[in-house]
Ligand binder design. Sequence first.
Ligand SMILES: [Zn+2]
Ligand SMILES: [Zn+2]
Length: 241
Amino acid sequence: MSPARARRAPRRAPAALPAGARYDFHSHTFLTDGSAAATDMWRQAEVLGHRALAVTDHLMMEDPAPLLERLRQERVPFEGCRMAALIGVEISMLPPARIADAARAARRAGAEVIVVHGETTAEPVYPGTNRAAIVSGEVDVLAHPGLLSLRDAELAKAHGVALEISPRRGHSLSNGRVAAQALRAGASLVVDSDAHAPDQLVPFETARRIAEGAGVPPGALARVLSDGPREIVRRCRGRSS
Ligand SMILES: [Zn+2]
Ligand SMILES: [Zn+2]
């Protein structure tokens, strides 16, 4: 581009992004396959300046009550702090027909955030998991949905399910497709960590780069990184009162 043309290029104001407004709806502890306690995860998130971290340990067909009761006790020190310490589950590796019942059981047991382990290309997740999660009426975030169809992205919009961009190795391979389908359908996106240890939590600036790398345009970053997540936190906190 010539210097003259460059001077004529319209200047765009940078997207209004409150620095450090980090929200993360997906992480694990040693209660399932993580390596640290929930208190360690929340404390590290607090140090990183997170506004919210949900601990969402894996749930299959077992009773969700003991897991959620333990998380409820572990978060007592974080009550009243600026960061929302949310408790929930990641429903993982169930046949699609069982997902809605498992989600309802988790909700009854006090899950504020329900994540479903979506159809990542990195693992043999049952086909139909994405759709079953989206239409269950109980799921907040569909994690790493892999080769997400446009129809499922449209249904995610209709059902208010956020679609996850993942920094996790393997799951991250389809981030570009997930972002493209979500943006096309008008569905919500979130950038989670899926952290299994405190040092895997993702700071705000890294989350921003991951979102941009997945193809989220500058004008949509505030919606993906802060405005949309803030709405989800409000909804989730409403469930615990
Ligand atoms: Zn997962
Ligand atoms: Zn996970």
